[in-house]
Design a protein around this ligand. Structure first.
Ligand code: MCF
Ligand code: FE
Length: 405
């Protein structure tokens, strides 16, 4: 048992409690969060980790990243979604091959340095599974499936099953299998049917990209526009497989992360108990031509969480960089409120979205803790200044174990 002493503790609970001169008593799980004086009195045998001038909070959770794209620097074209998609299709295999090994391990370490304890990895090919499992970061491994042609559905399903079994062999408390349906424009309903049934039967979380571009919105609503021209390259008579509602309906009863949702008109199509919105601010700026309205999102009452996406549509996987970009972009909210909203989206909400028992500092939660260098400011300013001033975490604990990065 250990006591982590900190000047400030951000509990990231419902009420956004902040504790001064606090302590976290923990082993693999958190035993108690209280003042340091009380912890020292009640647990005299415990080892003390003295961060008496610093800030402790739940480790960040980055629920949507594509490590297979870690080699991208300029290969993929930004500014227009279909232009980007063309460049991905042309280069994804080479980029995946170039990233395997060193680059992926480096990017996982970069995320850990920025205070991330858990990632949601979206995996197309499966080659990064070992690197994730060996890294010490907690990974929810979303095995991706896609394919617009009915003719290849059976083959894609059998390849998915193989990849799933290979990843499942790595299962541990830090490596959790899950499913990803790529998107409504790229995934035939037979495949979506299979994947959602598979997730239901195996009790798995599921993730999907949804309403990322204006093209996608127009395509799903009207069957027209540039997506039609684009898809006609592969199929002479393309027609949308779903309406926005009918796509979302496939995920009923499933814990689902809907990533992007920049062009969603009506958030009432989602299930507030099980569905969440994953927001990737920098990725959207580079590909989506519109900013997600945080006011609309918060008004919907849905669970929202914050992610970097991959280096396929970003220029760093630092979670602190992502939070700073969010602070600069979402000017509809006051800064102090926005900082709290972002920190909750990066901790408590993301854990709930993934179905994990963490993301808050309170008794019974897994001891995933990030420590940041103390900042001279008052309590009200603390969440905002933490995002602005922190370049790296000072220390990171995952399930109570100190991480080296
Ligand atoms: O989230 C971004 C943008 N939206 C969609 N897909 C991806 C993103 N980054 C990587 N991808 C991957 C996706 O998982 O690109 C491929 C899929 O494997 C596009 S479809 C061949
Ligand atoms: Fe993505």
């Amino acid at each position: 048992m250990r006591i982590l002493r900190a000047k400030w503790i951000l509990a990231c609970d419902e009420n956004f409690k902040i504790l001064k001169e606090g302590a976290i008593v923990f082993d693999k799980k958190i035993i108690e969060v209280c003042t340091f004086a009380s912890a020292a009195r009640r647990y005299p045998q415990a080892e003390i980790l003295d961060f008496g001038g610093d800030i402790a909070m739940p480790a960040f959770i980055n629920p949507h990243v594509h490590l297979e794209f870690s080699a991208n620097k300029g290969t993929l074209r930004y500014g227009d979604f279909l232009d980007w998609l063309g460049s991905v299709i042309a280069s994804r295999q080479q980029l995946d091959a170039a990233a395997r090994g060193r680059l992926i391990a480096e990017q996982i370490a970069a995320m850990m340095r920025s205070g991330v304890g858990t990632i949601g990895e979206i995996s197309s090919f499966g080659g990064e599974a070992e690197a994730c499992a060996q890294s010490g970061i907690r990974t929810v491994f979303f095995n991706e499936i896609l394919g617009a042609s009915k003719d290849v559905a059976a083959e894609n399903i059998s390849k998915f099953k193989e990849r799933f079994e290979r990843a499942k062999a790595l299962a541990s408390s830090l490596f959790i299998s899950a499913v990803s349906v790529h998107s409504p424009y790229s995934t035939h309903p037979q495949i979506t049917e299979f994947a959602t049934k598979f997730a239901r039967e195996n009790g798995l979380a599921i993730s999907t990209h949804f309403m990322e571009s204006a093209y996608e919105r127009q395509w799903l609503r009207t069957g027209r526009g540039k997506f039609k021209t684009w898809l006609a390259k592969f199929n002479p008579t393309p027609a949308p497989f779903y309406s926005p509602q009918s796509f979302v309906a496939h995920f009923s009863g499933l814990r689902t992360l809907f990533t992007h949702c920049v062009w969603v008109d009506d958030f009432s199509i989602f299930d507030p108990k099980l569905h969440s919105i994953t927001h990737c601010a920098r990725s959207n700026r580079l590909l989506s031509k519109k900013r997600l309205s945080f006011k609309k999102l918060l008004a919907s009452g849905l669970n929202y969480n914050i992610a970097t996406d991959g280096l396929s549509s970003n220029f760093s996987l630092s979670f602190l960089d992502e939070l700073r970009a969010n602070l600069m972009m979402h000017d509809e909210l006051g800064l102090i409120e926005l900082a709290r909203v972002l920190i909750l989206g990066a901790t408590r909400n993301a854990a709930a979205a993934l179905g994990l028992n963490l993301g808050e500092l309170r008794a019974g939660k897994l001891a995933d803790i990030a420590v940041f260098e103390g900042i001279e400011c008052d309590e009200a300013q603390l969440p905002l200044q933490l995002i602005l001033q922190s370049k790296n975490a000072k220390s990171l604990f995952i399930e109570g174990m100190k991480c080296n990065f």
